[in-house]
Design a protein around this ligand. Structure first.
Ligand SMILES: Cc1cc2nc3c(=O)[nH]c(=O)nc-3n(C[C@H](O)[C@H](O)[C@H](O)COP(=O)(O)OP(=O)(O)OC[C@H]3O[C@@H](n4cnc5c(N)ncnc54)[C@H](O)[C@@H]3O)c2cc1C
Length: 399
């Protein structure tokens, strides 16, 4: 995307590239170059966030007073782009992108002082406890309750699909504190230490052989009342604030750009019918179309970021970017698997580092089919495509 750089951006890009290149450990780069797993293990995240925090760059999106940077939106874009170009691990967004803005916007001074510094350095990892077995798309019908008793809440219920809960320290949870009012008005936002008595985390086996998703059982968990964020009963509006705040993250544009480059590389390297597979008409056309779609999405993200808050209604922009981003993630990995052909079927345990690489089994084969299977989830998490389309129908077309 250098064609979008302003002259002053070029110097910034070179500076950021040089510093990141020097700071990023070779083993992390190599692992993310091969990307045989979809989600960075927390141990690698913690290591990488710590390195970035020593550069002062682990949370450039935050306000400067809490450890962010005064970079322009273009510079923040360039920063993330360069991390992905260098094959740095992706940011797990639960801490830095989701709960932190809630804390620094609605939290108490004590909460800010307690949670922001350790989130910034990666010492404290977060998970998001919103969905429940019968409350996913219809989130407001959640049944986990928090009863206010003196200086604490007693929390009981079950969350599901809680990404990374097994390797997180704390979770931010939506709970019902009042069942007598309209459902949206009875929701509160609680921070819960996952080592508290009564919390049980159970991993869920996934198609790709990993078990990143979890069930979280809360059995009469005593949570200090000081862990309530903002006002009791306002949790629903804080949850909606997350969406408004992070309109472009769910496009996963940097991951998509990296997957496009990987697809092109497989197209150049892998051979079929005595030719690079990417030159065969059935693949060349799909690749060209996908590249055009990725560029279009990049420009859309760029426009939404550059528009600041005023230009695009928040929900519409977030929904469009989420739909396109999720679909592109899926179609890119599907094309990779189709190009590789039957070799892509071989089972590799996700995340395993010691794959045997040979001319017959090149390094781009391991992980492709596992990543393709888990990428089915892209059109589910963060709000399914159907739900995003419902939002668009309502907010953009008044249907
Ligand atoms: C990989 C992954 C990671 C996740 N991580 C987290 C996490 O960290 N924290 C968390 O809280 N949750 C997480 N989730 C849960 C996710 O938010 C929910 O799965 C999602 O909101 C859908 O809810 P559901 O699974 O209950 O499906 P349902 O809501 O039961 O939907 C089932 C189907 O019905 C459709 N549908 C439902 N309602 C409508 C409607 N009104 N109109 C049209 N179609 C409809 C849906 O689109 C879907 O196809 C994760 C999910 C996945 C797959």
């Amino acid at each position: 995307m250098n064609f979008k750089d302003l002259p002053e951006d070029e110097a910034f890009r070179s500076m950021v590239h040089a510093k990141l290149r020097a700071a990023l450990p070779q083993d992390l780069r190599e692992r993310w170059r091969l990307m045989t797993t979809y989600t960075p293990p927390a141990v690698e995240q913690r290591r990488w966030i710590k390195i970035l925090s020593e550069l002062g760059w682990s949370v450039p999106w935050w306000p400067v007073e809490y450890g962010g940077t005064d970079w322009t939106w273009r510079q923040k874009f360039i920063f993330e782009e360069e991390i992905h170009r260098l094959n740095g691990p992706e940011f797990l967004w639960q801490g830095s992108h989701l709960v932190a803005p809630i804390i620094y916007t609605f939290g108490t001074e004590e909460q800010k002082a307690r949670f922001l510094p350790v989130t910034r350095t990666g010492e404290l990892m977060w998970c998001q406890g919103f969905s429940e077995p019968n409350a996913g798309s219809d989130l407001v019908s959640m049944r986990t309750t928090a009863r206010h008793e003196g200086d604490h809440y007693i929390v009981s219920g079950q969350k599901i699909w809680t990404s990374g809960a097994f390797e997180s320290d704390w979770g931010f949870f939506l709970v019902k504190t009042d069942l007598s009012v309209k459902p949206q008005e009875g929701v509160s936002f609680l921070l819960i230490d996952l080592t508290s008595p009564g919390v049980t985390v159970r991993q869920i086996p996934e198609l790709d052989g990993e078990a990143h998703l979890c069930e979280v059982f809360l059995d009469n968990v005593e949570v200090p009342a000081e862990n309530l964020v903002g006002e009791e009963g306002k949790g629903w509006s804080y949850a909606k604030f997350l969406l408004d705040h992070e309109r472009t993250t769910s496009a996963f544009i940097f991951r998509i750009r990296r997957e496009l480059e990987r697809t092109k590389s497989i197209g150049r390297t892998h051979r079929r019918e005595d030719a690079p597979v990417g030159t065969l008409p059935q693949f060349a056309a799909r690749l060209a179309r996908l590249e055009a779609e990725v560029i279009a999405l990049e420009w859309s993200v760029f426009r939404v970021m550059g528009e600041d808050k005023s230009g695009f209604p928040a929900h519409q922009a977030a929904s469009i970017l989420k739909i396109r981003g999720a679909e592109l993630q899926q179609t890119l990995v599907e094309l990779q698997v189709d190009m590789i052909g039957e070799r892509a079927i071989r089972y590799y345990k996700a995340g395993s580092k010691d794959h045997e690489v040979s001319a017959e089994w090149p390094e781009y084969v391991p992980g492709r089919s596992g990543v393709m299977m888990i990428t089915r989830a892209a059109t589910i998490y963060g709000g399914t495509n159907e739900i995003q389309k419902n939002i668009l129908a309502r907010t953009a077309f008044g249907l």
